[in-house]
Design a protein around this ligand. Structure first.
Ligand code: 26Y
Length: 828
């Protein structure tokens, strides 16, 4: 079934495309077509594509309104969308036409695409997952809307100073106007903060919350086109603004600062994305962001439900709300507040509705990432919600006490409130008890959720409430868009239109027999080679550095974090360098040439992560300049990692590293992207690496390191029976010594980083280093057998069908949300 955009009155032939393009140049942009630069051409092309999206978007939304199905809402504080133009053209099936159209007008599509700034409203995996899920929801014609915040500044831009330090600069992504959003100045809601909440004490449990600060949430809609379908869903992002412009009394009295104070504080709410992932700080502004967004989204969802004219008790039959981690957990007490204080329901009925509406996905078991909010802070900012949380806790603990009488330890473990100075609200507990179902993001991770952080809750509520949905990625962006040559080769080889296999990724299995076909292998390898050249060209033009392309490309790209162990990788690189230095020229000539790439941002306040970047940059400086070794080992840290940079790096990789301490990486999703593009995986037995190995076969991945069940014991050993590193792992001790002695300059600055390994070693580098080095040697050996390596690469891609986000989103739709596809009727 191939959907053709042309049947719906869209501009689908080259002459109409060039006509709308020129029209937009003259009218929307008020410029002349004959002296237009690439930026102008990008804007005109985007406006033309947007016209087409709007036709589909209107029709989709009208269809939903008419059919009134149950809908799902994906609440995420992060959506890491990247660029839109290329993706929108591909999903509409119009890319070829646009390529031809802009060419006729004297532009190249590559130059135009490069003009777009990434929409980077997210930190990493969780935010990019939300973006993949929106693509899949629309592609599967599911009635799903996303809700998030329209940050004025997305994730910071990363600069690297001459010393190798990360510097942060703001990301003013809205400075060139954004053609992909539709301001909805008519859709706005009031949101209250502070004030006081007086219990009515009439037996109803109701309160009157009044006073404080009121701000407005204004909607901006982003169109989300499905692939090869007219279905175009919506991502609604909220912007905060003052309810009243400014205080005229103060203004007239000459007190300008006071006059604009409240308007500034309202605008501040959505001004910037918090750049820390995995470390919760309990900042008031972040709490305000979370409430502002959940309160506005719920008002919008409830208003849409009320238009149906159904009794409020049927709310869960028409709305499923997915909580992307605990960040939107305030939606639970907020819906209770609306149902009790505004809708006049009794507590039991309200709680019934709430616990049938929400679903909670956990994305991490790391203690520092589990959100906790100080009780005094919630009491101050959201006094009514603190009352409701206490009430939820009271009823909940009564029920626990009934099931497990006289078990005080259990009550204090399970309480929503953690005792201490100050008391804190445990958001994961609240999200869990307020939801219909709870899931983790890969098999191992979901098991860990059930056996560690939520163990007591499994015992209390029963295991059937807890599940797993292994993450997925959209093959549209992460294969067809980022690796068009491979996509074309796959279509040609499978003798299938890409419309077919991009929507049923298990079809890739048809590539398996071709691993034995020498001609196919040659074509496969040639594409990898051209992707390496594309990456090398990118590094040359952006950084002025010459990267060799006749080498294995080894890539680790992700947020900098101790648990992800970029430190293990860089210490491994140093080990390789020292080994090469000790070789004779003849010995070196027999080794495998390797180019190692790193990219990733560190949270601005994460000292150890920033020091790791500095070490990588300075190691690169030394080894890339060493005439003895530079032909065999090169190292690059590419600044300012982004979705767009990932799209260039991933198709070029021969091997990628996913080397977290076992049990710490919930899933990982870039592991899937690399394997889909025929890059092999070097990793630990963690997260989705395990399921990738199950699919592609253990002979096609390189595993090393201790397993999850050993981790607790090993940490215990480090604490109570420490063995000096020289004894335990001499190779690693030697590497650390060379750094300490100043082989890479910077006398002494790296000591705090090195000491995390020498003492405590929480992430088990000393336990895993030797097997890591052994695994790297196996990778080298395997790579030297070129034909066998290409076979592995083909087999890996062939077996990645499971990891399409279409599979994942359909699991949520069927087993969690209970929603169905609502196709737009075929055009006449
Ligand atoms: C509380 C706050 C500081 C916070 C902000 C962001 C906490 C966590 C995060 C982000 C977490 C995140 O990105 N987790 C990743 O989610 C991916 C998608 O499920 C997983 O693949 C990945 O393993 C996990 O680290």
């Amino acid at each position: 079934k191939v959907w053709r955009a042309g049947t719906r009155g869209l501009d689908t032939d080259v002459p109409s495309i060039t006509k709308t393009f020129v029209n937009h140049v003259q009218t929307s942009l008020a410029r002349q077509a004959y002296n237009l630069d690439n930026l102008g051409a990008y804007q005109a092309a985007a406006l033309s594509v947007r016209d087409n999206l709007l036709v589909n978007w209107n029709e989709t939304q009208m269809n939903y309104t008419r059919k009134a199905p149950k809908r799902a809402y994906y609440l995420s504080l992060e959506f890491l969308m990247g660029r839109t133009l290329d993706n929108a053209m591909l999903n509409l099936g119009l890319k070829d036409k646009y390529v031809e159209g802009v060419k006729k007008l004297g532009f190249s599509i590559e130059d135009i695409l490069e003009q777009e700034r990434d929409a980077a409203l997210g930190n990493g995996g969780l935010g990019r997952l939300a973006a993949c899920y929106l693509d899949s929801s629309a592609s599967q014609e599911l009635p799903v809307w996303g809700y998030g915040l329209r940050y004025k500044y997305g994730i910071f831009q990363q600069l690297i100073s001459p010393e190798g330090n990360q510097l942060e600069a703001p990301d003013p992504w809205l400075d060139n106007q954004n053609p992909w959003e539709l301001p909805r100045l008519d859709v706005s809601y009031e949101v209250r903060f502070y004030g006081s909440a007086d219990r009515l004490n009439d037996g109803s449990g109701r309160s009157n919350w009044h006073g404080g600060q009121e701000v407005l949430a204004v909607a901006y809609d982003v169109m989300i086109p499905g692939y090869n379908t007219p279905t175009t869903n919506n991502l609604r992002l909220w912007e905060s603004k003052p309810k009243r412009g400014f205080d005229l009394n103060s203004f007239n009295a000459g007190d300008y600062e006071h006059a604009v104070e409240s308007s500034n504080s309202a605008a501040a709410i959505t001004s910037v994305l918090y750049p820390n992932d995995h470390t919760s700080f309990g900042k008031e502004l972040r709490l305000k962001q979370q409430y502002f967004w959940t309160a506005a989204s719920l008002q919008d969802i409830i208003r849409r439900f009320k238009n149906l004219g159904k009794p409020i008790t049927e709310f869960p039959d028409y709305a499923a709300i997915q909580l992307n981690d605990t960040h939107p957990t305030l939606a639970i007490p907020e819906l209770m507040r609306v149902l009790i204080d505004d809708e006049d329901l009794d507590w039991g009925t309200a709680w019934q509705i709430v616990t049938n509406t929400f679903f909670y996905t956990n994305h991490t078991v790391l203690p520092e990432a589990l959100e906790k909010w100080p009780v005094p802070l919630i009491e101050h900012v959201l006094p009514r919600h603190m009352q409701i949380i206490y009430d939820i806790n009271l009823f909940f603990l009564q029920a626990v006490e009934k099931k497990f009488p006289d078990d005080r330890d259990r009550l204090s473990r399970m309480s929503l409130i953690e005792e201490g100075q100050p008391k804190q609200v445990r958001m994961a507990h609240l999200a869990c008890i307020g939801s219909r179902k709870v899931n983790g993001v890969a098999e191992l991770h979901s098991d860990l959720v059930q056996t560690t952080i939520l163990k007591d809750f499994v015992e209390f509520e029963g295991v059937s409430k807890f599940g797993n949905v292994t993450n997925g990625i959209t093959p549209r962006r992460w294969l067809d868009q980022c690796n068009p040559e491979l996509s074309a080769l796959i279509s040609k080889t499978l003798k299938l239109d890409k419309n077919v296999w991009l929507k049923d990724l298990t079809k890739l299995e048809g590539l398996l027999p071709f691993a034995e076909d020498k001609k196919f292998r040659t074509e496969w390898a040639a594409i990898k080679q051209r992707n390496k050249e594309r990456l090398a060209h990118h590094v040359q033009t952006t950084l002025g550095l010459t990267v060799r392309t006749d080498a294995m490309y080894d890539v680790q790209i992700k947020r900098l974090h101790e648990y992800k162990r970029q430190t293990l990788n860089i210490l491994g690189v140093i080990h390789r360098y020292l080994t090469l230095k000790a070789m004779t020229t003849a010995e070196r000539a027999k080794t495998n040439r390797r180019v190692v790439f790193f990219a990733g941002k560190a949270a601005p306040a994460y000292y150890i992560a920033k020091l790791t970047i500095r070490l990588i940059v300075n190691v690169a400086r030394v080894i890339n300049a060493d005439p003895d070794t530079k032909d065999f080992l090169q190292l690059y840290f590419l600044p300012d990692y982004s979705v767009s940079l990932a799209e260039v790096l991933i198709p070029a990789s021969d091997i990628s590293q996913h080397i977290s301490t076992a049990g710490t990486e919930a899933s990982g999703t870039s592991n899937m992207k690399f394997c889909l593009n025929g890059g092999l995986l070097l990793g630990t037995v963690d997260g989705a690496n395990i399921e990738i190995a199950e699919e592609v076969g253990e002979s096609n991945v390189f595993f090393f390191g201790h397993l999850t069940p050993a981790v607790e014991d090993l940490r215990h050993q480090h604490l109570y029976h420490p063995v000096p590193i020289e004894e335990k792992c001499p190779a690693l001790a030697n590497v650390l010594n060379e750094v300490s002695k100043g082989l890479f300059g910077d006398g002494g600055v790296y000591e705090p980083l090195l000491n995390t390994v020498r003492h405590g070693d929480y992430y088990l580098l000393t336990d895993d280093f030797d097997s890591y080095i052994a695994a790297l040697a196996m990778v080298d050996e395997a790579y030297l057998d070129t034909e066998e390596w290409i076979k592995k690469s083909i087999r890996t891609t062939a077996k990645m069908g499971k990891f399409s986000s279409d599979r994942a989103i359909l699991e949520y739709a069927e087993s969690y949300w209970n929603i169905e596809a609502i196709p737009v009727a075929a055009a006449k």
